[in-house]
Design a protein around this ligand. Structure first.
Ligand SMILES: NC(=O)N[C@@H](CC(=O)O)C(=O)O
Ligand SMILES: [Zn+2]
Ligand SMILES: [Zn+2]
Length: 345
C-alpha cells in the first residue's frame, strides 16, 4: 500500500501551552487534526469556565489562516472545584472534559488533587451531565517506584473511583502498561483510554541504552518491551475503547537537555505519521482509521470529522529542531531521523 486515506483524525490529549508558544505549536496540530482536547495544565492552571473561554480565544487566534481546527477545552480539577463550576462548564458548550492530575504527578500539577474524596460533588456533577473525567493515572507516593506508579494507581485510585461513580465517563490518559490496557479492556463501556505514538513505538531501552536521551523522557515514563507490545495490541485491536491522544508536550530544548530535564515528548509535527509507523509494524494499517478518527468522537458523543487526510509512503527526515518561543528552539521526537509515511498537504 502506498497511500492511505482516513477520516481526518483528532487528538484526544494535547498540550499547547500559552503565549508565544501557541504560534509555534498550534499550526503543527491544526495541519493534521480536526479537533484536539486541550490540556489545562498552564501556570496558573485553567480551573474556571472563564479562563477556558479566554484560553480558547488565544488558541483560535494562533491558527493558520483558513484553518478550522477546533480546540476542545478542559478544566483542571482541584480539591475545591465546586459542582456549580462543572455545570457552568457543561452549559458553555466549549468545555468537553475535566482533567485529574494527582498533585505532584507531572508537569504543572502542583495545584492538582490531593485526595479524590475532596472532589465527590464535582465528580457527581460530571456523572450527571455526562462530562468525562480525564485521568493522569499515576500515584505520587515517594515510596512507589516510578515504573510501578501506573499499575498501583489502578488498584488504589481507579477502581475505587469507578466503584463510587459507576456511570462516570473516564478516560485513562496516555496508558503505558499492560496492566492499564487489560484494565480498560475489561472495564464497562464508560471507560476508555488514550495511547500516545511514542508509547506504541518505544520502550525504556530507547531512552536509556547507549546514553540518556532526554527527548524520550515523558510521564508516565516509557516501560519495558512487554508493555509496549500490550499497548500496540490494544491500539490495533479494533476496540472502540482505545483512541489517539498524542500527549504532545512541548518544552524548550534547553529545558529538556538539562541536568533536571522536563517530562514531555513533542510529537505534534509528525503525529499521524508516527502512529502510521506503529500500526504498520503491527500489520494493522487498516485499523488506524478507527483508532485515530472514529473511536474518540464516538466515545465523547461528537460527530466524526467529515473531511479526510491522505498519508503517502515517502521517506522524509524530521528537522533537528524547530522554532519555539523567541530565542528558543524545540526538538521534536525522532528529530533528524527518517519516517516512512508523510501527510500530504
Ligand atoms: N506527559 C508529559 O511528560 N508531560 C506533560 C504532562 C502530562 O501529560 O503528564 C506536560 O505538560 O509536559
Ligand atoms: Zn499526564
Ligand atoms: Zn499530557
Amino acid at each position: 500500500m502506498n497511500a492511505i486515506t482516513l477520516t481526518r483524525p483528532d487528538d484526544w490529549h494535547l498540550h499547547l501551552r500559552d503565549g508565544d508558544a501557541l504560534q509555534a505549536v498550534v499550526p503543527a496540530t491544526a495541519r493534521q487534526m480536526g479537533r484536539a482536547i486541550i490540556m489545562p495544565n498552564l501556570k496558573p492552571p485553567v480551573t474556571t469556565t472563564d479562563q477556558a473561554q479566554a484560553y480558547r480565544e488565544r488558541i483560535l487566534a494562533a491558527r493558520p489562516q483558513g484553518s478550522d481546527f477546533e480546540p476542545l477545552m478542559t478544566l483542571y480539577l482541584t480539591d475545591d472545584t465546586p459542582a456549580s463550576e462543572i455545570e457552568r462548564a457543561h452549559a458553555s458548550g466549549m468545555i468537553h472534559a475535566v482533567k485529574l492530575y494527582p498533585a505532584g504527578a507531572t508537569t504543572n500539577s502542583a495545584s492538582g488533587v490531593t485526595d479524590l474524596a475532596h472532589c465527590d460533588e464535582a465528580i457527581e456533577a460530571m456523572a450527571r451531565v455526562g462530562m468525562p473525567l480525564l485521568v493522569h493515572g499515576e500515584v505520587t507516593d515517594s515510596e512507589i517506584d516510578i515504573f510501578d506508579r501506573e499499575a498501583v494507581f489502578i488498584e488504589r485510585v481507579m477502581k475505587p473511583l469507578l466503584e463510587r461513580h459507576p456511570t462516570l465517563k473516564v478516560v485513562f490518559e496516555h496508558i503505558t502498561t499492560a496492566d492499564a490496557a487489560d484494565f480498560v479492556s475489561q472495564a464497562p463501556a464508560n471507560v476508555g483510554a488514550t495511547i500516545t505514538a511514542h508509547h506504541l513505538l518505544f520502550n525504556r531501552n530507547h531512552m536509556l541504552v547507549g546514553g540518556i536521551r532526554p527527548h524520550y523522557y515523558c510521564l508516565p515514563i516509557l516501560k519495558r518491551e512487554r508493555h509496549r507490545e500490550a499497548l500496540l495490541a490494544a491500539a490495533t485491536s479494533g476496540s472502540g475503547k482505545f483512541f489517539l491522544g498524542t500527549d504532545s508536550a512541548p518544552h524548550a530544548q534547553g529545558d529538556k537537555e538539562s541536568a533536571c530535564g522536563c517530562a514531555g515528548a513533542y510529537t505534534a509535527p509528525a503525529a499521524i505519521e508516527l502512529y502510521a509507523m506503529a500500526f504498520e509494524q503491527a500489520g494493522a494499517l487498516d485499523r488506524l482509521e478507527g483508532f485515530a478518527s472514529h473511536h474518540g468522537p464516538d466515545f465523547y458523543g461528537l460527530p466524526r470529522n467529515a473531511d479526510t487526510v491522505t498519508l503517502v509512503r515517502e521517506t522524509w527526515e524530521l528537522p533537528q529542531s524547530l522554532p519555539y518561543v523567541p530565542g528558543q528552539r524545540i526538538v521534536p521526537l525522532k528529530a533528524g531521523e527518517s519516517l516512512d509515511w508523510k501527510l500530504r498537504d
